[in-house]
Write a protein of this length. Structure first.
Length: 255
């Protein structure tokens, strides 16, 4: 199996809290992998470890066939990644064009390549008329699109996206979905977290579900659908399927 991501016993503790508990991920190359879970399940912590932003307490990680724990290989691996974190943290005093140029230089891309790709990405994301504005003037949806453009600029083999659709309007969401489909079609692997299950069900070829730090399901979307919708399966495996629906007393009956 040709894997883009493989973890063995990946664990992260914060004091007495085990945020990620010995998970074994297997993400095949060229797949669109949805990584799902309730709030606080450990999704963002996992992505931070996989992208080198947070050291694991224990366990191993291999990305694109290389050991991320090897200092000599870690820098080269990161040059093959694209990341859109949940907290965007853009350089807000740069314009959209300046920001993409900066990212291209960080990846040591030739100047001509940076100019060409920047122009194409700004057009694709509908930011052509906004490229001279500072990032701090961008709306939330525009910031998401700029962050995705920056992640795509170096033509990554592996793309990590933490809640890319959160707070994004329908138009921006469509642009993001189409762009991600295109990335997978050209051979990239996408690792996505999202609470919008309908989008995950439409986009993803494979799904992993984490609850209370533990990986409770992993497999192809097609196989999961044989037992019902993604929402039904999600609620079942995270233990929420049988939770009694809470009611508000003042909404019961008449006024």
């Amino acid at each position: 199996m040709n894997l883009a991501i493989e973890t063995v016993g990946l664990t992260r503790r914060f004091g007495n809290l085990c945020a990620v508990d010995a998970i074994h991920l297997q993400v095949e190359r060229g797949t669109f992998y949805g990584f799902l879970g309730p709030n606080g399940a450990g999704k963002s912590t996992t992505i931070k470890m996989l992208t080198g932003l947070l050291a694991p307490t224990s366990g191993t990680m291999r990305l694109l066939g290389e050991d991320l724990g090897d200092p000599e290989k870690s820098r080269e691996i990161k040059r093959r990644l694209g990341v859109v974190p949940e907290d965007l943290n853009l350089f807000e005093n740069l314009t959209g064009r300046e920001y993409l140029t900066f990212i291209g230089r960080m990846f040591l891309l030739p100047a001509a390549t940076i100019r060409e790709r920047t122009a194409e990405l700004l057009a694709m994301m509908g930011l052509e008329g906004e490229e001279k504005k500072l990032a701090l003037e961008y709306s939330h949806g525009m910031r998401k699109k700029l962050a995705l453009a920056a992640a795509l600029l170096p033509n990554p083999e592996l793309l990590f996206l933490d809640e890319p659709f959160e707070g994004v309007d329908a138009v921006a969401s469509r642009v993001l979905r189409d762009t991600l489909k295109l990335a997978v079609e050209r051979g990239a692997t996408v690792f996505l977290t999202s609470h919008v299950l309908e989008i995950v069900e439409k986009l993803c070829t494979h799904v992993g579900i984490i609850a209370q730090g533990r990986l409770v399901h992993q497999g192809a979307m097609e196989a999961l659908r044989r037992n019902g919708s993604l929402e039904e399966r999600f609620l079942e495996v995270v233990g929420a399927g049988q939770v009694e629906r809470q009611k508000l007393s003042w909404l019961e009956g008449g006024r």
